[in-house]
Design a protein. Structure first.
Length: 94
């Protein structure tokens, strides 16, 4: 596992702890899709500033992000997925 994958897993694990200090258990599938969403958002940020990125790549990536977000909602981790999207939006604006 590379350093960036470890960071992603750690950030997901940090969100597992609720406001009352209770750990929210994720199934393997829920964790897989949350990590996938986080990775896709990171790829979009990394490619946003590249002059070589084209419109079709951006559309494809946006569809993958939306599809993964829908999967997260279906799996009951929509709130965590929205948190990832909000954090990504805040990062993009700064």
């Amino acid at each position: 596992m590379s350093g960036s994958e470890t960071w992603n897993l750690n950030s997901i694990e940090e969100r597992r702890i609720g406001r009352q200090g209770q750990i929210k258990p994720y199934s393997e599938v829920q964790l897989f899709f949350l990590l996938r969403l986080e990775r896709l958002l990171r790829v979009r940020r990394e490619h946003a500033g590249l002059s070589t990125s084209n419109d079709s790549w951006a559309k494809l990536l946006s569809r993958a992000i939306y599809s993964t977000y829908c999967d997260c909602i279906e799996l009951g981790v929509g709130e965590d997925a929205r948190s990832l999207l909000s954090r990504d939006k805040a990062t993009a604006q700064s």
